[in-house]
Design a protein around this ligand. Structure first.
Ligand code: LLP
Length: 417
């Protein structure tokens, strides 16, 4: 179980020193569990891999935005990559420093821009010409200068799932490389904008280093062109995207990634910004769930669990594989192939297909590598309250998000008739 602190002890799965059977008793299921040690180790490993080059690690909040996790990273002086005012306020509430925040995304609303200018974030990653106009207007009303990082779309194939590839011409993200110089001219003509950096984020769950290196080379070409025009950049942002091992993938380790990236950026004298999400939090988290029923048919066996696509959407949306393990190792019985499915009324509601398991109804399962894009993509579909979240720290557990109540489900609705 690479990178996690999960292990079997006396035939029962533990995270750090905590028996998951006890967690289920105390907090119920479904429940997300995160290892504090793995979170801290992953962030530090990432950051330290670049310690010889001026850099800032800006954790991508969308991967997991729980306040306790943001607070852990804020304590390490992490920067943050955000995509909404909701994420901005979360980071501030968790003690993150505004000067270390980068605001990405193609659809920033005026009130979001205003708030980010008010608190003084590090920069806005701008993705279109029209966004430049809006930023300039709002900054003018506040009598401020908006710091700009230009997001370039380098048209590079990240060789990942099409839904999470972002660096191709057909994708909605960034500014085409060919248009970059004209947009830079425009930025310079707008009195309330200041260009401080350029960057790209070509996709997520990348399993090779070469697309990153290619993207950096394109950014450096542009940096040189700008330099020739007398524009000196403070930073280059190479985004997030480093993949993890879910099943058969063998993504570069953080050190292999650094080994490929560092020579590519060595000639750039300014700061390098990274926006990792998955590589920091994915393998720190699991989703703990109980088997409610075993349904065995002549065609298929189903393990019907109490977690569903509303709790973990990745299998339904991307056909993503997450390793599934029993919490208690049974010594007797026959293992069978099961589709591990939830109670939601959709055939896409599965957490894993054709998994070999020796289980009985009432047993607990963990769905691994669920710390990234797990809870943060969860919903109330089928009027299911969202799961509890728990942080494991050595022998201790702390509730970091209460399980939603039934009343929470309709708290913002009005029965007007
Ligand atoms: N920076 C930007 C501008 C991004 O759009 C993203 C992710 C990141 C950084 C962080 O990427 P990471 O290091 O986590 O790969 N829901 C999908 C992933 C969507 C990623 C969206 N952007 C999934 O579950 O695989």
């Amino acid at each position: 179980m690479a990178g996690t602190t999960l292990r079997y002890q006396h035939d029962s799965l533990h995270m750090e020193e905590v028996n998951l059977v006890e967690v289920a008793k105390q907090y119920g299921t479904p429940c997300y569990l995160y290892s504090k040690k793995t979170l801290l180790d992953n962030w530090r490993n990432f950051d330290e891999a670049f310690s010889h080059h001026p850099h800032r690690t800006c954790y991508a909040v969308k991967a997991n935005s729980n306040l306790a996790i943001l607070n852990l990273f804020a304590g390490l002086q992490s920067g943050f990559d955000i995509v909404s005012v909701g994420e901005l306020e979360r980071v501030l509430a968790a003690g993150g420093h505004p000067h270390h925040i980068i605001f990405s995304g193609i659809g920033k609303k005026s009130h979001e821009i205003m708030r980010a200018l008010e608190v003084g974030i590090h920069c806005f990653n701008v993705e279109s010409e029209t966004e430049c106009d809006r930023l300039n207007e709002i900054a003018a009303t506040l009598n401020k200068i908006a710091p700009i990082g230009l997001r370039i779309n380098p048209n590079i194939d990240a060789r990942t799932h099409p839904y999470i590839a972002t660096g191709l011409n057909e994708n909605k993200f960034g500014i085409a490389h060919a248009d970059a110089l004209s947009i830079v001219e425009k930025i310079q003509s707008l009195p309330h904008l200041k260009l401080i950096g350029i960057g790209s984020h070509i996709g997520s769950q990348l399993t090779e280093v070469s697309p990153f290196v290619e993207a950096i080379q394109r950014l450096l070409e542009l940096a040189h062109q700008l330099h020739a025009k007398g524009i000196v950049l403070q930073h280059i942002n190479i985004g997030g995207g480093l993949g993890i091992n879910y099943r058969h993938e063998i993504p570069p380790t953080i050190h292999e990634y650094a080994k490929a990236v560092i020579p590519a950026i060595a000639s750039f004298p300014g700061e390098v910004i990274f926006e990792p999400g998955r590589a920091i939090v994915a393998n720190a988290g699991v989703l703990l769930t109980t088997i409610e029923y075993l349904k065995e048919t002549p065609h298929k066996n189903f393990a019907v669990v109490d977690a569903a696509m509303n709790d973990l959407l990745r299998p339904a949306l991307y056909d993503a594989w997450h390793e599934i393990k029993p919490v208690r190792l049974r010594k007797k019985g026959a293992s069978k192939l099961y589709d591990v499915v939830g109670p939601v009324c959709e055939s896409a509601d599965f957490l894993g297909k054709e998994r070999e398991l020796m289980v009985e109804a009432g047993d607990l399962l963990v769905v691994q590598s669920a710390g990234a894009y797990g809870f943060s993509m969860s919903s109330n579909y089928n009027s299911r309250p969202r799961a509890a979240e728990v942080m494991v720290d050595g022998r201790e557990t702390r509730l970091i998000r209460e399980r939603e109540t039934l009343q929470d489900l309709w708290a913002h609705e009005r029965a007007i008739t």
